[in-house]
Design a protein around this ligand. Sequence first.
Ligand code: ZN
Length: 401
Amino acid sequence: MIPDNIFRSLAIQTESKLILIVMDGIGGLPVRGKTELEAAKTPNLDRLAYQSICGLIDPISYGITPGSGPSHLALFGYDPFRFEIGRGVMEALGIGLKLTEEDLTARGNFATIDENEIIVDRRAGRISTEKNQEICQFLQNEIREVDGIRVSIYPGKEHRFVIVFQGEGLKDNLIDADPQKDGKKAKGTESLTAEAQRTAEIVNAYLKKATEALKLFHPANTILLRGFSKIPNIPSMFERFKLKPAAIATYPMYRGLARLVGMDVLETGETLRDEVETLKNNFNRYDFFYIHFKKTDSAGEDGDFKKKVKAIEEIDRILPSILKLKPDVLVVTGDHSTPAVLKSHSWHPNPILLHSKYIRPDRIRRFTERQCQKGQLGRFPAVEIIPLMLANGLKLKKFGA
Ligand code: ZN
């Protein structure tokens, strides 16, 4: 990983255009001998791989299964161990909230306590989403602020919600206000540092008020909060890499992650075609594009091998319309593997191809995990992709005299 100050001194702005295509959860595992990529018919990706340099990337590090947050930060060129994104923030981004440095976020549950404040059900009998919305609305009207700190509550599914405390001086060094187990007392939060003391008091004052207000809503008669977090202080892609970046993604979480590193998030439609159309329409306005395709991951999470194969083929079919734009540097890869056999994210490395004018192509026949492994890029951490893209776009000066 190149240190921040070196990046800042080497990066230059040029006219060249870079595109990073992320097929979410692309890496797979074999079923009857073939991975999803190997089973898919991908003539366009294969042709491109033939003209590119290829390899395998580890999303974070050997053996680490990443969530979407850290794996995307790495793809954007940020060390995911240095810039951690808390659970509250991820959840808030997932529902499309635009967070500022003043916001303290947390994930929440409605829960049931008895008369001695012992938690008897951490999920409040899994109340319906409609009921959740109704209670959140009620709480929002009932408690708008605590000690000058604004409080906003956003319903999620069933008993879950996201809460945002907004005001000056809030800190996130707090322990979960959630004992994680039934049969324990709901005790509120505690500060882990002296400077977070006031924040802990505000959160606990809110919890007390909320529990009082919720008396009528049994079984949802209290709330539990966890994953207190603020957005990390991240230098923008412009500050660091002198890039003018834009993001094209349909899901709120990826749009939010892109915003965290200073990308302009473009409005786009639901389909792959819509996303490519958005790319075309904005191609003159930026010099870096992150384009995200979600379907591969969703199919993997469903454990649906065939559906993932189809999603890959669908991406393959729209690839020519991206190539027509003639980007100076094009990278196709994934943020992590989501093998259908595991029905979840995994630690396996992902194939990557990089195409530009200034390469010695590997002449690899297929864009698959096992073929890309033979390429000259070898196996490397995802966080090194951006420097490679910048270099191929002639956007990095010489290091040293
Ligand atoms: Zn992902």
